[in-house]
Ligand binder design. Structure first.
Ligand SMILES: Nc1ncnc2c1ncn2[C@@H]1O[C@H](COP(=O)(O)OP(=O)(O)OP(=O)(O)O)[C@@H](O)[C@H]1O
Length: 382
């Protein structure tokens, strides 16, 4: 009951014959392993739902191919694809109770009523719905309807499970609990699932790999850790991570082996000879300008007296319960640092900020990644 999924150069063009066709998805290629949980992540309008609906069969594929378990399915009707889908808009049947709605998904499996009931109760328990099973959709909350819709998808036996924003309506505490349960359920049954979300936490918590989309184009398909540590381009670098990566356009200067990354004539980051790997140094030698990305957690801040680093002036210092968020004026912009401890610094105070060489992300001016710390990205190799 677990299948691979392949999307090969899939395109979705709405109103293809109109004067202004809408390219919702362009040349989208991903190969998903059996039992893998994948998230499609991106901001509103990036093409996530169109992609999911093409896999389910509710939208035609304009160009390209989709296969599930090695079987090409993109021309088959939805019911023949072996897909179970939980819709963002719930789409429960109003005249049926939640129990009947969930059981309805089992009709085609022709189970006896005892087995049907057992499966419905199991899913309802997982989703904290047991107490509400005999109520009608119009008499329960949006979050309960959403869980029933999720239950209706999970209760079925299918080759793959498609989940469109499955937790969007849930309050944060329940969301965290159900995320854990959903992941355990998918894993225990070895199910292949594709989840659409615009919530990074949800994607990170649930998915083995995340497909980051923007403007209908796949930006990167990688594990949560790789997206954070080795973003393929500046879009992914700044989209993934909260607070976002600090970004500066700099001109590198190398003098007697010392490397100075400068903006408008001012040094933002300086490195003594030998602190940056040779491959990265030769990359810097070949560029007049590039973009430096620095994660807030990688910024070291210290009192000014003699500490190494450039000077920054505190703009705001917030303790958010488990972290300090420190924003300081830096160069002609700002630098945001996050620290695990409280940090005593008032607005207006000057500090030294420094970033270890192995934490620098370097991008070309067109946004292609060149290097992450010590390792060259594919764009940095030439
Ligand atoms: N039926 C349609 N007809 C015309 N354009 C559409 C249709 N459905 C979606 N679009 C357009 O296609 C693009 C991608 O939409 P899609 O819903 O796939 O994005 P999304 O990432 O899922 O966004 P959201 O998170 O807001 O649902 C958008 O520009 C959207 O306006």
């Amino acid at each position: 009951m677990t299948a691979s999924v392949r999307l090969d150069s899939v395109n979705k063009i709405y109103a293809a014959k109109a004067k202004n066709p809408i390219y919702a998805v362009r040349d989208f290629t991903i190969h998903i392993e059996p039992g893998e949980i994948v998230a499609l992540l991106g901001s509103s309008g990036c093409g996530k739902t169109s992609t999911l609906r093409m896999i389910a069969g509710f939208e035609e594929v304009s160009k390209g191919a989709i296969s599930i378990g090695g079987r090409e399915i993109h021309k088959l009707p939805p019911a023949k694809r072996g897909v179970a889908m939980a819709f963002e808009g719930y789409s429960l049947y109003p005249p049926l109770t939640l129990r009947q709605n969930i059981a309805f998904a089992l009709k085609s499996e022709k189970l006896g009523s005892a087995e049907t009931n057992r499966r419905v109760e199991e899913i309802a328990g997982l989703l904290e719905l047991t107490r509400h099973l005999d109520r009608y959709p119009s008499t329960v909350s949006a979050g309960q309807q959403q869980r029933a819709s999720l239950g209706r998808a999970l209760v079925r036996k299918a080759d793959i499970y498609l989940l469109d924003e499955p937790m969007g309506q849930l309050e944060p505490q329940l969301r965290a609990v159900l995320r854990g349960r959903l992941k355990r359920y998918l894993r225990e049954h070895g199910l292949t699932a594709i989840l659409v979300t615009h919530d990074q936490t949800e994607a990170n918590a649930l998915a083995d790999r995340i497909a980051v989309m923007e403007g209908g184009v796949l930006q990167q398909f990688a594990s949560p850790a790789d997206l954070k540590e080795k973003p393929a381009n500046l879009f992914v670098g700044t989209f993934i991570g909260e607070p976002p990566m600090n970004v500066y356009r700099v001109e590198p200067q190398i003098f007697n082996g010392r490397i100075s990354l400068r903006a408008r004539g001012e040094e933002l980051f300086g490195y003594e000879p030998g602190t940056i790997d040779d491959a990265v140094v030769s990359l810097l030698e070949r560029r007049n300008a590039l973009v430096v990305g620095v994660r807030p957690a990688d910024v070291a801040v210290s009192p000014l007296n003699g500490a190494r680093g450039a000077t920054a002036k505190v703009v705001s210092n917030q303790w958010i319960g488990d972290q300090t968020h420190l924003e300081s004026a830096f160069g002609d912009g700002v630098i945001v640092a996050t620290l695990d401890n409280r940090f005593a610094a008032r607005a207006g105070e000057a500090l030294a900020v420094d970033v270890p060489a192995d934490k620098l992300h370097l991008f070309a001016e067109d946004g292609t990644a060149l290097a992450h710390g010590r390792s060259l990205a594919s764009g940095g190799a030439h």
